[in-house]
Design a protein around this ligand. Structure first.
Ligand SMILES: C[S@@+](CC[C@H](N)C(=O)[O-])C[C@H]1O[C@@H](n2cnc3c(N)ncnc32)[C@H](O)[C@@H]1O
Length: 455
């Protein structure tokens, strides 16, 4: 039987916003059919116009706000909600923190895990201009090479100069690079026919060091006028590294596999938790250094280390957790799939004169099983996986190694809750409260720390 959606395109309906999606869109339901509406907040009663109907959901827009949320605040710019850069900018910061705490609690409750409690989210004192990295698409807008961000669910570029949640020095560098690209007539990527040269400009800036890396992501192997362009970019205050990343395929993935250092160093340096770090173009590095220090410090405190432990750091990136934990334990083993990140991790160990860590390049799925079959018996396992959470094999291997404690740092509460249940099948239970730490103010992303111990 053909399913008929309970809403029709272009019609208007009165609805109450019940939740927010991961992208920060309000969710209303009509006969249990979800409708996603940008710029609407939980608790608001609105008149909504349906803009698109799909099989299992629809999109709508706010026609009129009938009852406004008491937590709504004046936003700083409509483009931040239009693009999804900072979709929660019109929700008061304290309400954002509450929302994140509640988001995890709701998911637990839904799966009948309401005995597990979530603590108040640890927020930022100044919750804007925090990002140390920008990945900015470059496209032609009205015949001119422009930088900005895509309108939600589209690839239409909205030109933006002040990105609100980024280090303002980074915003300035993006404009300087944009102006140089214009001056040297470098063409912007056009994805309709896979033509043009520059796809993205990526800028990273060390929070303490103030060193800047500029990555030009190009479709082509060469950049017309490259020598003069690179020379001018190298004169921008703070730039120590200019890298070209080649991504010739028609894909939404930002970076291709190959990097060429065009000028200066292949890395920037920064500090975190009193340790020195080198970060290359391809390596994951947490984007909010102020909150990362709180997050990892707290994760280490929660591990309650005594000094003689063996520790595994799964999904170890450039070794941030491994190196911070090394001075508290006997030995650390890290595993990470990105080769460049592992190279950085090894260099970072010697940069900090740390000798009791061993980093392996591999998938956690494979390496954890190998360590388990080799008889490795860690006392504590830290996991800091990407959004998709832990592969079931990783959970099996951890359980077979029988650590006393697992410290789970999660950037996605849905996969966290799923994995808590899988660990529970292996006789591991959550001890203490789950602690959210706001790594991404003005956005709905939720980061948290959970401790699991053997029952
Ligand atoms: C949230 S980050 C953790 C970063 C790390 N704790 C740090 O501070 O640098 C997740 C990391 O997992 C890595 N990764 C993704 N899939 C993986 C897999 N299957 N096995 C191992 N590492 C993986 C990513 O490259 C990324 O560095």
């Amino acid at each position: 039987m053909k399913f008929i959606a309970p809403v029709e395109k272009n019609k208007t309906y009165e609805v109450t916003i019940e939740d927010l999606t991961y992208q920060g869109m309000g969710v209303a339901k009509i006969e249990n059919f979800p409708i996603f509406i940008a710029n609407s907040l939980p608790g608001e009663r609105i008149e909504m116009g349906v803009t698109k109907v799909q099989k299992t959901y629809a999109f709508g827009r706010v026609v009129k706000v009938i009852k406004e949320s008491p937590d709504r605040v004046e936003g700083s710019g409509v483009e931040y909600t239009q693009t999804g850069i900072a979709p929660l900018q019109n929700l008061a910061y304290l309400a954002q923190l509450k929302f994140k705490q509640q988001q995890i609690q709701n998911l637990l409750n839904k799966d009948h895990l309401d005995d597990i409690k979530v603590d108040e989210t640890i927020g930022m004192e100044n919750p804007t201009e925090y990002r140390n990295k920008a990945q900015i698409p470059v496209r032609n807008v009205q015949g001119e090479l422009s930088t900005g961000f895509f309108r939600r669910n589209s690839h239409d570029l909205i030109p933006i100069e002040d990105f609100y949640i980024q280090d303002p020095v980074i915003d300035k560098v993006i404009l300087q690079v944009r102006d140089l690209l214009r001056r040297f007539h470098v063409t912007a990527y056009d994805e309709r026919n896979n033509s043009g040269v520059i796809r993205n400009v990526i800028v990273r800036r060390g929070y303490y060091s103030h060193e800047i890396m500029v990555v030009l992501v190009t479709r082509t192997m060469t950049i017309p006028g490259q020598k003069a362009l690179v020379e001018e970019i190298s004169k921008i205050d703070g730039v120590v590294s200019i890298v070209q990343n080649i991504n010739s395929r028609p894909t939404n993935v930002i970076m291709g596999p190959k990097d060429n250092v065009l000028w200066g160093e292949a890395v920037i340096h920064d500090e975190l938790m009193g340790l020195k770090f080198m970060i290359s173009a391809h390596s994951f590095y947490q984007v909010n250094p102020v909150q990362t220090e709180k997050l990892y410090q707290l994760a280490i405190e929660k591990a309650d280390l005594k000094g003689n432990e063996t520790v595994v750091d799964a999904y170890s990136g450039i070794g941030t957790i491994s190196l911070a934990v090394a001075k508290h334990v006997k030995k650390v083993y890290g595993v990470e799939v990105v080769k460049e990140a592992v190279q950085d991790a090894k260099l970072n160990a010697s940069l900090n004169d740390i000798e009791n860590v061993k980093f392996i390049t591999d998938k956690a799925e494979r390496q954890m099983a190998k360590w388990e079959s080799d008889g490795l018996k860690p006392d504590v396992v830290f996991v800091d996986p990407p959004r998709k959470g832990l592969a079931p094999e990783v959970i099996d291997s951890i359980a077979d190694m029988k650590p006393k404690k697992i410290v789970y740092i999660s950037c996605n509460p849905a996969t966290l809750v799923r994995d808590i249940q899988l660990f529970s099948d292996h006789e591991y239970e959550v001890t203490g409260d789950i602690q959210p730490v706001d790594q991404f103010p003005q956005t709905p992303h939720v980061e948290s720390i959970t401790v699991l111990t053997a029952k």
